[in-house]
Design a protein around this ligand. Structure first.
Ligand code: NDP
Length: 279
């Protein structure tokens, strides 16, 4: 049996074992997938020990994505752009690092939620690891304009500058929340961690007016504060990040096994389970 795992700290809450086990069953792959609690020190040793004991690949979650980046012998283009690794593959020529978060987001937006990004104006909220992780695939989807807005304006400006060389037809800017124009945008993606504390980034109400999709990368049993806020201000559609989670897993699975699983039934099952935990 080929072995795979997710490593993070904390890890007990992780849905990755359930998702990958469902993918394996669905595609008839002989593999196991477990959750490993990463140590405070010695991440690299834990990963190498897993590989030495027959591990073929690992997903990496908070707080180890930067350490995984440093550990990898080879990095994909999207891992390099993200500056972080969420998927490790143990190959004969070393440890290969990739990042499937961005492609997972774009697949959720464009395929699951039928929200094409080409020629649209996207407002990306946040300038942390999640924003940086999705920018390469986001720009590749061909939006007309991307505005990165963040609580700390300088981080948004720096991120926009870093990705400028990768823009072909897209206008890319970074600013503080207070500098966001009071005008409608097509798609808003919340990649801040504000929803963790039920806060909403301070934006002009007008940005939500008629917005095709307001998407929160966070997910839970109930709509997030951001989703409720966006809907009340005129967003046509709102969604959370559960689909992104399943799609980034599907991309990792395809990288490892060479088979693309059908994510829809797995997402539907997770959604049902989450709803059942609502207070
Ligand atoms: P980071 O800690 O790297 O960055 C946090 C970002 O949120 C920064 O831009 C920070 O602004 C901003 N922020 C924090 N608190 C607030 C607040 N109260 N109001 C406004 N802005 C705030 O976190 P990540 O980028 O790694 O993660 C962000 C979110 O994305 C998390 O909720 C995470 O769960 C989610 N995520 C979901 C995934 C999925 O598969 N669905 C995958 C990856 C992430 P500042 O720079 O000013 O500090």
């Amino acid at each position: 049996m080929d072995r795979y795992a997710v490593i993070g700290n904390p890890i007990a809450h992780s849905k990755s074992p359930q998702i990958h086990t469902a993918f394996a069953r669905q595609t008839g792959q002989a593999m196991t997938y477990e959750a490993i609690l990463g140590p405070e020190h010695g991440f690299a040793d834990t990963v190498r020990a897993f590989a030495a004991s027959g591990g073929r690949g690992m997903n990496v979650t908070v707080p180890f994505k930067l350490e995984a980046y440093d550990l990898a012998d080879q990095l994909s283009e999207r891992a390099q752009a993200a500056g972080a690794v969420n998927t490790l593959s143990f190959r004969a020529d070393g440890i290969h690092g990739d990042n499937t978060d961005g492609v997972g987001l774009i697949r959720d937006l464009e395929e699951n939620l039928s929200c094409p990004l080409a020629d649209r104006h996207v407002l990306l909220l946040g300038a942390g690891g999640a924003s940086r992780g999705v920018l390469l695939p986001l720009l590749a989807a061909g939006p007309r304009q991307v505005t990165i807005a963040n609580r700390t304006a300088a981080r948004a400006e720096a991120l926009a500058e870093r990705f400028h060389p990768l823009c072909r037809h897209t206008r890319l800017d970074g600013c503080g929340f207070e500098a966001v124009a009071a005008a409608p945008v097509d798609v808003i993606i919340n990649a801040t961690s504000a929803s963790l504390s039920a806060e909403v980034p301070p934006l002009p109400d007008a940005v939500f007016d008629g917005c095709a999709l307001a998407y929160d990368m966070m997910y839970g049993a109930r709509p997030t504060a951001f989703m409720n806020h966006a809907r009340a201000r005129g967003a046509t559609r709102v969604a959370d990040g559960l689909g992104m989670l399943v799609e980034q897993a599907a991309e990792s699975f395809a990288l490892w096994r060479g088979v693309r699983p059908d994510s829809a039934p797995v997402l539907a099952q997770l959604r049902l389970q989450l709803a059942a935990t609502a207070p």
